[in-house]
Design a protein around this ligand. Structure first.
Ligand SMILES: Nc1ncnc2c1ncn2[C@@H]1O[C@H](COP(=O)(O)OP(=O)(O)OP(=O)(O)O)[C@@H](O)[C@H]1O
Ligand SMILES: [Mg+2]
Length: 344
């Protein structure tokens, strides 16, 4: 089973309906519906100010919604906050470790607060320090840690109690690639052990690595959602990549596609570095037509492949679409730019 396969017949670990939260005039959440299926990772994508942290805070019972309902592991955020808090783990956007305590003492203390025995708290702290490459720094006050080290410690802290439902609010923002990979591996292993994860992120690659389903929010509203591959397909189109047997044929092949006048095919581009001709297509008929035409003209082909758009492309297509449908376009435009920068 690949990570994008979604197990059937599972209930929802998180159920959110019509969630609204205002801050004065700001509608941080403006009627959000979403589900996270048990044992899966839901990626919540959105630009700055979209409402991601507000959603996580409501689901952690740190703030109360103005209206709507949210249940986590069957517990209602408003009426069963104490039970709910026992089954969740939270890694906030801003690390929340005690700076005066060492890394190991931070983890040990949290383990004890969670009712682990001394021995078990110690064992779990050692295990997580090892996992996040903090063993060497374990005895130093965490106030002296670098930003990345603090974030790793914060993640370790949220995992001590092996929570059934874990919220990760932009867990790898500011981490170097190696550390990001470690965090991803840890999240994947938790999910293999049965945990459910709600992950907010601005990194498309992160959502692609970890999430089976995505919800895209903007200005407190869900603007798109579905399986990663479905969302990609929704944006319409794939790229047909054709590799000629002879690289020097690249320009002639691009010319042939452009001149053939095939239905719905606007043209082709050449990727000299990869030795590929790229043709945007929207149907299998077009794929067949392009390949048929090239074969009929005697081009020898060494390989063909189709490529779905990246999540970056999907996100920009969705938020871009929204821009054209709303009056106050500049804000979303600026957000899209910020997002592009963040993703770069
Ligand atoms: N405590 C608060 N008081 C007033 N406004 C707030 C508060 N918290 C959030 N907001 C506003 O609510 C909106 C949503 O904020 P939120 O922090 O949920 O966004 P976000 O998606 O997490 O953004 P980012 O990617 O920057 O973390 C923003 O307009 C923000 O300014
Ligand atoms: Mg946030």
């Amino acid at each position: 089973m690949t990570r994008n396969d979604i197990p059937e017949d599972r209930g929802n670990a998180v159920e959110v309906r019509g969630l609204v939260k205002h801050y004065g005039e700001t509608r941080a959440l403006d009627g959000v519906d979403l589900d996270v299926r048990e044992g899966t990772v839901l990626g919540v994508l959105g630009p700055n100010g979209a409402g991601k942290t507000t959603l996580v805070r409501v689901l952690s019972t740190l703030i109360q919604p103005d209206s709507g309902t949210a249940r986590v592991a069957g517990y209602d955020v408003l009426t069963q906050p104490r039970q709910l808090r026992r089954v969740i783990g939270l890694t906030g956007q801003y690390a929340s470790v005690d700076e005066k305590l060492s890394g190991i003492d931070n983890l040990y203390m949290i383990g004890r607060l969670l009712d682990l025995s001394r021995k078990e708290a110690r064992r779990r702290a050692d295990e997580l320090l090892e996992r996040f490459s903090l063993t060497e720094a374990a005895k130093r006050p965490s106030g002296q840690y670098s930003g990345g080290m603090r974030r790793r410690l914060d993640l370790a802290a949220s995992m001590i109690g092996r929570p059934a439902v874990l919220y990760l609010d932009e867990p790898t923002t500011g981490l170097d690639p190696r550390t990001r990979n470690e965090v991803w591996a840890e999240v994947q292993s938790l999910v293999r052990d049965g945990a459910t994860v709600l992950l907010t992120t601005q990194y498309m690659e992160e959502a692609e690595q970890l999430a089976s389903e995505l919800t895209v929010i903007d200005r407190g509203k869900v603007i798109a959602g579905g399986r990663v591959d479905e969302l990609k397909a929704k944006v319409g189109g794939r790229t047909l990549q054709i590799r000629p047997a002879d690289r020097s044929e690249l320009p002639r092949m691009v010319g042939a596609v452009a001149q053939a006048g095939l239905d719905g095919i606007a043209g082709a581009t050449m990727d000299e570095a990869e030795g590929l001709v790229n043709v945007p297509i929207v149907s299998d008929e077009q794929l067949t037509a392009v390949i048929g035409m090239l074969s009929a003209r005697g081009f020898a082909l060494a390989g063909i492949n189709t490529h779905l758009p990246s999540l970056d492309e999907v996100f920009l297509a969705i938020t871009g679409q929204k821009t054209s449908l709303t009056d106050d376009a500049p804000r979303t435009g600026a957000d899209a730019d910020a997002l592009q920068e963040a993703a770069a």
